[in-house]
Write a protein that binds this ligand. Structure first.
Ligand SMILES: *Cc1c(COP(=O)(O)O)cnc(C)c1O
Length: 532
């Protein structure tokens, strides 16, 4: 750790793994600016705001006051530059192709942003009297109408705030329906091809999770599933399209078997973008399914949010949905039901999941996306996302092992494995080399059913030229991995940081800044956030 001189400026620290010399005094490389931690540049004697000193007062905290929290003080330009510099080291969908499988990192149309910023939507407050926000409620109803129509279901809970939250909502509906008939089933079956959030949600709800194996073709083993069904099974959670990027063609047979055994079908619909406009989950016997507005309907995500995970429900589950809830009536109209009408309309609702109506800003963007595409445009979204993924699959299957390529076309994402790489080379080397080529890495080592999995989802918003550039980069990296090119182990060489100890960072994160010991010895034992 280099000592800080009185003005706060410190000479550049050589970056680990790059030899002893830095090329420049500042550590910057032209427009690649090296940026220390906030705690290393901030000073207690400066601040970006001028607040008059508090006068003398009598504390009413009963002795529970805290001392200084020791936050670094920065002037406004310093704070702005700090975050702007860091933001330039980030990757974003606005910079390039973002191939994270299962995450659907597609372009966020700017029209949606414009609509979401209209003052009538942007400047309202959830505690305003209802009469003053009828437009917002109408917007929720219209979006709900589309979601119900596109899925062929009976009603929708708009409030869940992400995919995993939607899963929780769906399982709580299933539990309420089972309890209403005095049935205390304990088990939720989850196939190996399901998303990792599914077993986590079931366990969070207090269910015992049991695995159903996948077939060699990467699909749910229908016979194994049927054999396990019984009076203790509450639900089966199926991801469709599944995390191998494949459609589950036995979905109707699965639903029929599950219903015959008195259980419910939860469908993880986060990947609905692959089938929207072509398949209605309601026709396949699904009882509950979340839709990720932040995937299928292009609302911005990444960096932890915000998501939006409305849950559509079948007729059997509708009475138990949460409040607020949007129901479809016999005449085709939809209506938002809130607590004040619940006694009459939804006496068996399991209750409320969030304080207000959900992610209003995402609703606005999603409806804008839906209306600007129209029914035919949404169908085209699904077709183009599948076309792009298959283009990647077929363009690379000669250099990357594609474990399910023999079982037909993939859906919206292509999966490869590390089979065929030289000894000692794995998926991580490919991911790191992609960074040097200017791409965010793909989803790796997931799903677990494929060894060294590389799950690539290009989405429909990439042009053929972009796909070709990505394919050329990945082809060259794959060839190097097959040949055992030792230089690949050095990647990334152009990133601000090289290979970090990601395991240590995950297992022993340093979550608070510790002032380095005066002798320059490193006081931290772990790595990660705030590690000096
Ligand atoms: C993204 C995703 C989820 C989780 O959604 P979040 O909004 O991140 O909670 C669940 N299942 C599948 C298949 C997904 O792709």
């Amino acid at each position: 750790m280099t000592a800080v001189n009185p003005s706060g400026w410190r000479p550049a620290t050589p970056v680990a793994g790059e030899g002893s010399a830095t090329a420049t005094v500042t550590g910057n490389r032209a427009l690649m600016l090296e940026e220390p931690l906030l705690f290393e540049i901030g000073r207690r004697d400066q601040t970006g705001v001028d607040v008059a000193a508090a006068g003398e007062g009598e504390s009413r905290l009963g002795g529970l006051e805290r001392g200084g929290v020791d936050l670094p003080g920065l002037s406004e330009p310093e704070a702005v530059r700090h975050y702007t510099r860091l933001s330039r080291q980030n990757y974003a969908i606005d910079l390039g192709l973002f191939p994270l499988g299962s995450c659907t990192m597609k372009h966020n149309p700017r029209l949606n942003e414009k609509i979401a910023r209209l003052p009538g939507f942007a400047d309202i407050h959830p505690l305003q009297p209802k009469e003053t926000v009828t437009g917002a409620i109408e917007l929720i109803n219209r979006l709900a109408f589309w979601l119900i129509d596109l899925t062929g279901m009976e009603g929708v809970a708009m409030s869940p705030k992400a995919g995993a939250h939607g899963e929780l909502c769906g399982l709580l509906c299933i539990r309420a329906a089972l309890e209403a008939r005095g049935d205390a089933r304990q088990v939720v079956l989850v196939p190996e091809s399901a998303h990792g959030t599914n077993p986590a949600t079931a366990a969070f709800c207090g269910y015992r999770v049991e695995n159903i194996p996948a077939t060699a073709a990467g699909r749910v083993d229908l016979e194994a599933l049927k054999a396990r069904l019984g009076p203790d099974v509450a639900a089966v959670m199926i991801t469709n399209p599944n995390t191998c990027g494949l459609f589950e063609p036995d979905m109707k047979a699965i639903s029929d078997a599950v219903h015959a055994a008195g259980a419910f079908v939860y469908c993880d619909g986060a990947n609905f973008n692959a089938v929207v406009g072509r398949v209605r989950p309601g026709d396949l016997g699904v009882d509950a399914m979340h839709i990720n507005l932040h995937k299928t309907f292009s609302t911005p995500h990444g960096g932890g949010g915000p998501g939006s995970g409305p849950v559509v429900l079948s007729k059997a589950l509708c009475p138990y949905g949460p409040l607020p809830y949007t129901a479809r009536y016999a005449d085709g109209t939809v209506k938002l039901i809130e607590e004040e009408d619940a006694g009459e309309e939804m006496p068996d609702s399991f209750g409320r999941m969030v304080a207000f109506h959900g992610q209003m800003g995402m609703f606005t963007r999603a409806l804008s996306y839906i209306l600007s595409h129209g029914a035919d445009g949404l169908r085209q979204v699904a077709e183009d996302s599948v076309l792009n993924a298959n283009y990647i699959l077929r363009s690379l299957e000669d250099v990357l092992d594609a474990p399910f390529a023999h079982s037909g076309p993939c859906m919206h994402e292509a999966i490869f494995s590390d089979k065929g790489f030289a000894d000692g080379f794995s998926t991580i080397d490919v991911a790191k080399a992609l960074i040097d080529e200017g791409f965010h890495p793909m989803t790796m080592y997931f799903p677990l059913v494929v060894h060294g999995a590389m799950l690539i989802e290009p989405t429909e918003t990439e042009s053929k030229a972009n796909l070709d550039q990505f394919i050329a980069a990945l082809r060259s990296i794959a060839e190097r991995a097959r040949a055992g090119d030792a230089a690949l182990k050095e990647a990334p060489i152009y990133a601000p940081r090289r290979r970090l100890d990601e395991t240590l960072a995950a297992r022993k994160p340093v979550l608070a800044y510790r002032t380095p010991a005066p002798d320059g010895a490193d006081s931290g034992e772990g790595a990660g956030i705030g590690g000096g």
